[in-house]
Design a protein around this ligand. Structure first.
Ligand SMILES: Nc1ccn([C@@H]2O[C@H](COP(=O)(O)OP(=O)(O)OP(=O)(O)O)[C@@H](O)[C@H]2O)c(=O)n1
Ligand SMILES: Nc1nc2c(ncn2[C@@H]2O[C@H](COP(=O)(O)OP(=O)(O)O)[C@@H](O)[C@H]2O)c(=O)[nH]1
Ligand SMILES: [Mg+2]
Length: 209
């Protein structure tokens, strides 16, 4: 069947989705403060991927002062998860905006729970790789407390850090087990110095080509 029977706007939607059909997608999953953002920055510099941090997208919405942003801020300050549809829609829009120039996408801090992964695959596509950035809880807390001295983030404080960690172990770790079955998980020990961590990351990305 051709597209002739569809309205113009329906065709436009189909074409937009089409743009992401063959996109190389890398999920970057790990606890708060594990070093996801740090490694993503290095991947961008070497491989030219597009880095989309779901947390950064949400913080940009908060900074815009919109009504939606105000609601998001309250949730984030408590260290809870924002509604799935909100963050997925933001990621998708950001991906489409870069579709013509992107060599691949780093989806940082998403999925946060198995359901988020399932919805992403339904609406966007399947990941080719999942980088599991792994550090001990003690290390993550230490890094976040340090980052909190300068980050200005409302959630880099002791009480919210504890909630973020609890939620990570409860909701996000199962995401890793879920993708183990498809053989795309690469575990990265991020207790090492940044450059040594990146050497392991490079191997995983190089395997993708
Ligand atoms: N997919 C996502 C990503 C983020 N958040 C919200 O945004 C907050 C901050 O997210 P993020 O910047 O990814 O923070 P962390 O995972 O804690 O990691 P880090 O600060 O180390 O990047 C989360 O606590 C949560 O409230 C969310 O609900 N859903
Ligand atoms: N020692 C060490 N510190 C790191 C490493 N990766 C990140 N950090 C520090 O830990 C903090 C949190 O890192 P970030 O990349 O923001 O982690 P994210 O929360 O997972 O995105 C930052 O202040 C970094 O300087 C690492 O591999 N080794
Ligand atoms: Mg980050």
């Amino acid at each position: 069947m051709g597209l002739g029977c569809l309205s113009k706007s329906a065709v436009a939607v189909l074409k937009t989705d089409d743009k992401l059909k063959d996109a190389k997608i890398v999920f970057v999953v790990g606890g708060p403060g594990s070093g996801k953002g740090t490694q993503c920055e290095k991947i961008v510099a070497k491989y030219g991927y597009t880095h989309l941090s779901s947390g950064d997208l949400l913080r940009a919405e908060v900074a815009s002062g919109s009504e939606r942003g105000k609601q998001l801020q309250a949730t984030m300050q408590k260290g809870e998860l924002v509604p799935l549809d909100t963050v997925l829609e933001m990621i998708k829009e950001a991906m489409i905006a870069k579709a013509d120039v992107s060599k691949g996408y780093l989806i940082d801090g998403y999925p946060r729970e198995v359901k988020q992964g399932e919805e992403f695959e339904k609406k966007i596509g399947a990941p080719a790789l999942l980088l599991y950035v792994d550090a001990k809880a003690e290390t993550m807390v230490k890094r976040l407390m340090k980052r909190g001295e300068t980050s200005g983030r409302a959630d880099d404080n002791e009480e919210t850090i504890k909630k973020r960690l609890d939620l990570y172990y409860k909701a996000t770790e199962p995401v890793i087990a879920y993708y183990e079955k498809s053989g795309i998980v690469r575990k990265i020990n991020s207790e090492l110095p940044v450059d040594e961590v990146f050497a392991i990351v490079e191997k995983a990305i190089d395997e993708l080509k």
